[in-house]
Design a protein around this ligand. Structure first.
Ligand code: FES
Length: 583
């Protein structure tokens, strides 16, 4: 599987772990002694690549509930290839359980990954994760350490079914919730759905953030080619995990670390996949953060340029009709990449040191309706794309939306703002029958960004007021500095930057102001004159909660804005940290 061409094999003495294990010192004695204490004989670890397995398993992360078993499969591969596997537990961020939002902790896991690798005698690492933020977090940490790294995606869950209908995680939850609010399904149906929608191990089975990020990691070359499409419950999934273990040992011997193969072209390939899959807007933040960790310049404009040329081709929820099981059986990511081959940098390489051209040349598509050709997109470019970038006096540093999920009649829309300062206020008032709102109103939520919330929760799919739902309104223009779940849809403008909490123009909007959205022109403006804006700016007061201690305080002090990746300013790039001294 690993291509050794043009690479030079290292000597044992060049392994990083040898600094811990090889010297004839009292410290190295203690390292060998403590390893033997766990039952490993000297010959089982001495002179072998030490492979860290960063495992984000926990009982609070349903999507990762199988990762203890997968870690065993990885170990099997490592042992078979002559390495020494060690499992390192790390923060588990189950998207649904973690409050207020996993995004608050993405940088935490990234830091933990980097520091776990730095502080231990690790030569190469297999990263086990997949639920939304885990993928970028694990990769950000490993990129900062720059040691041989392979990502083993958790794999999507099995298709959900209820009363004969296919149900996708996330996407359908929102749909059924709206139906429950309207009385078109019963409370009994709602309880039944709990057990029917997410019925196996694995990550969400739609093209939500999890599948978007694992597919991007795959297209960039961080996984075994095609690994992201393998369902978690399929027997080929543990086989893939074992193969990751085998491959990482070769990667260590040939020092195949990210800085040796990862270029901007890999990121651009990841973006091509992102657009073709109709992926989550969250990826726009994570890609920039990951690129910064590798000291690669990547901007919203890079994504915009590709989004304008690559339509949504994968017929997957929430853009289309199928789920990740169907995508796998239709040929998976490699088949989809082959169909967008003309946009790919095909000489780029990944963890196996094979080129993209080599990955995709034998890929077959078995269902042209699920994995579509460029001339038969699921959503034509004229109707939108996976990522539209907007600019204007409301979002000078950009805002994003999934324009393919917007309603055609709202693509160019002017309406009066209805502003909510907090999510609590929105929740309290949105279903009030007296709320002054029409289908033309533009609903705005602020103080929901990286600093304001803090952690930029997925609140951006702002609810439609109940009284409008009852009138048959299914979409409205909604604006926030929050993010939106990749499983959701609607005319939702997200990631407004700078956010309101740091004084961005969103903080200046007042209920009743006219806002103009023009998706085709890429603009978002409030029709308020400069003089009035200056007056409001001078009267601006801090309205978000400022934390004085805890992780939230550190986060608020150092997080960057959405267009910069929401990483911590002191972690973004450079690898000027020395190896730890061993005394
Ligand atoms: Fe974990 Fe969706 S909740 S992937």
């Amino acid at each position: 599987m690993f291509n050794k061409d043009s690479l030079t094999r290292r000597e044992v003495s060049q392994l990083r772990s040898q600094r811990w294990y090889a010297p004839e010192t009292i410290r190295a004695f203690a390292h060998r002694q403590r390893t033997q204490q766990m039952g490993f004989a000297r010959e089982e670890f001495m002179g072998k690549p030490v492979i860290g397995i960063i495992n984000t398993w926990s009982d609070m992360s349903a999507c990762h509930s199988h990762l203890r078993e997968r870690a065993e499969a990885v170990k099997r591969g490592v042992w078979a290839a002559g390495g020494f596997p060690v499992e390192l537990p790390a923060l588990s961020m189950g998207e649904v359980m973690v409050k207020p939002t996993t995004m608050l902790y993405r940088n935490f896991l990234a830091m933990e990954t980097e520091e776990l690798l730095r502080q231990h005698p690790i030569d190469g690492v297999v990263l086990l994760g997949g639920c939304d933020k885990s993928t970028p977090a694990l990769l950000m940490g490993a990129l900062s350490m720059d040691i041989p790294t392979i990502f083993c995606p958790a794999g999507p869950m099995t298709t959900g079914k209820w009363h004969g209908q296919i149900t996708g995680a996330g996407t359908h939850t929102k749909k059924f919730w709206d139906q429950l609010r309207l009385g078109s399904i019963t409370p009994h149906d709602w309880i039944e759905l709990e057990g029917a929608m997410t019925r196996s191990i694995g990550t969400c089975n739609t093209m939500g953030t999890a599948s978007t990020m694992t597919s991007i990691a795959d297209a960039m070359g961080f996984t075994l080619p095609g690994a992201s499409s393998i369902p978690a419950a399929d027997c080929r999934h543990p086989q893939m995990a074992a193969q990751c273990g085998h491959t990482i040992v070769d990667m260590v011997w040939y020092d195949h670390k990210p800085s040796r193969w990862l270029t901007k072209e890999n990121f651009l390939n990841g973006i091509v996949a992102y657009m073709a899959l109709g992926g989550s807007t969250n990826a726009a933040i994570h890609l920039i953060a990951m690129a910064n960790r590798a000291s690669i310049q990547l901007t919203l404009e890079d994504m915009e340029n590709i989004a304008r040329r690559v339509p949504v081709l994968a017929n997957l929820f929430p853009s289309g009709r199928a789920l990740m099981d169907d995508f796998f059986f239709a040929g998976g990511l490699m088949a989809q990449l082959k169909k967008v081959g003309r946009f790919l940098h095909r000489n780029a390489r990944g963890v196996t040191n094979h080129t993209v051209e080599e990955w995709i040349k034998d890929a077959d598509c078995y269902d042209d309706d699920i994995i579509r050709d460029l001339d038969n997109p699921i959503i034509p470019l004229s109707q939108g794309c996976a990522l539209a970038v907007l600019r204007g006096n409301l979002c000078p540093d950009g805002a994003v939306m999934k324009s393919s999920a917007a309603s055609p009649q709202l693509r160019h829309h002017t309406g009066p703002a209805l502003v909510f300062d907090t999510h609590q206020e929105l929740s309290d008032r949105i279903d009030d029958p007296e709320l002054d709102v029409t289908k033309d109103t533009i609903i705005i939520l602020r103080n929901a960004g990286p600093v304001g919330a803090p952690g930029m929760p997925e609140w951006g799919n702002l609810p439609i007021p109940k009284k409008l739902l009852q009138q048959g309104v299914t979409d409205m223009v909604r604006i926030s500095d929050a993010r939106m779940s990749g499983t959701h849809y609607g005319t939702c403008i997200l990631h407004v930057a700078p956010e309101s909490a740091v004084g961005g123009p969103l903080a200046l909007v007042q209920t009743g102001d006219l806002i103009e959205l023009n998706i085709d022109a890429g603009t978002l403006n409030m029709q308020v004159d400069e003089h009035e804006l200056a007056r409001r700016r001078s009267a601006l007061k801090v309205t978000h909660k400022v934390f004085g201690r805890s992780w939230a305080a550190l986060y608020q002090q150092h997080v960057t804005q959405a267009n910069e990746g929401c990483d911590f300013d002191f972690l973004q790039s450079g690898s000027d940290i020395p190896e730890p001294p061993i005394f």
